[in-house]
Design a protein. Structure first.
Length: 336
């Protein structure tokens, strides 16, 4: 503080000498003299500043004392007791230096901060990131904000991340000045490897999707009793019929029609003759490759196990049935 006072007193003394010379040279300076010949001479009558800029307004007074400084609008430009002016907001303010019998003013114009963005519009696929850079006329930092964070977010460094298809406005702000960038998150393009497929019960097929988006595909079956699908697109046939498998990415969908075919079930022989107590494994051809389930129409005459082994129990006649996915075939058994 002592150093500042010494500096100002020295400056005042130098300026008094300079002002005296200038007065003799009839120079025009911002001076207001009172009847008692009091006056204040400033080192400048006007100044243009950027927000955040500072400078000292130096004054020479007729009485050699430091004047009092005031600002017509401290919100635009403030001034302290030593004449240090700080630009705060765009506009114009009058800085007055005053002593008892004289005063002078300096007009301070504070220019509006301008922001230059690297792009006014950006187009992205969901899941992708792009940086928006900015420069301000006074070098002040910029803050970023997204009006729709569900569509696109932005961090403190200007990195924009697409979240879902739609449009969001990114606003960059510095010193009450704003600039905007329109961000469009595009709907993805999808390609499904199959549109139709036919399989038998218990069989599986893998569906794959190519997407321009980084979002995780969502799979769904409209008939889980016929065919199911897991998170990786693997379809499993449950029973014969038709089902539609749908994959969706960011609201865009593709479909595959799945047909679970009815199998053909055929015994090797139509009739089998056994004597009581004998066993025989029957052969059945099933187009699906699945093992059929077996049953007997009369277990007192003949029984059959899960592997198709028929046992003759008593004299008589019976049917052995083989069933797969609702399709049934039969063989006649004669026990003698």
């Amino acid at each position: 503080m002592t150093h500042n006072k010494h500096f100002l007193h020295t400056a005042f003394a130098v300026l008094i000498l300079a002002a005296t010379m200038l007065l003799f040279m009839n120079q025009s300076l911002p001076v207001h003299a009172s009847p008692n010949l009091g006056f204040v001479i400033l080192n400048t009558s006007s100044r243009t500043l950027k927000i955040g800029d500072e400078f000292y307004l130096l004054a020479v007074t007729s009485n050699g004392k430091k004047p009092s400084f005031t600002s017509s609008s401290s919100k635009i430009a403030s001034v302290n007791t030593y004449g240090k002016i700080t630009a705060k907001a765009a506009g114009t303010a009058k800085i007055k230096a005053k002593i008892k019998n004289g005063e002078a003013t300096c007009t301070v114009k504070v220019t509006k901060t301008t922001i230059h963005l690297s792009a006014k519009s950006i187009s992205l696929e969901n899941g992708y990131t792009k940086r928006l850079t900015s420069k301000t006329s006074n070098g002040h930092p910029v803050t970023y904000r997204s009006d729709k964070k569900s569509i696109a977010t932005v961090d403190e460094y200007g990195y924009i991340t697409a979240k879902k298809p739609g449009t969001a406005i990114i606003t960059a702000k510095a010193d009450q000045t704003t600039a905007t960038c329109r961000v469009t998150v595009r709907k993805p393009t999808l390609t499904l490897n199959k549109h139709t497929a036919s399989i038998y019960r218990k069989q599986q097929i893998r569906l794959t999707v190519k997407s321009s988006s980084r979002s995780i595909p969502q799979w769904k079956s409209n008939k889980k009793s016929v065919a199911t699908v897991d998170e990786y697109g693997t379809v499993t046939a449950i029973k014969n019929g038709k089902a539609t498998i749908t994959v969706t990415v960011d609201g865009v969908s593709k479909r595959c029609e799945i047909t679970v075919k009815k199998p053909t079930v055929q015994f090797e022989k139509d009739v089998l003759t056994l004597t009581v107590g004998k066993k025989k494994t029957v052969k059945v051809f099933v187009s699906s490759g699945n093992s059929p389930s077996f049953s007997s129409s009369n277990t007192c005459v003949a029984t059959v196990d899960e592997h198709g082994v028929v046992t003759a129990n008593d004299v008589g006649k019976a049917y052995i049935y083989a069933t797969e996915d609702g399709v049934k075939s039969r063989m006649r058994i004669i026990v003698t």
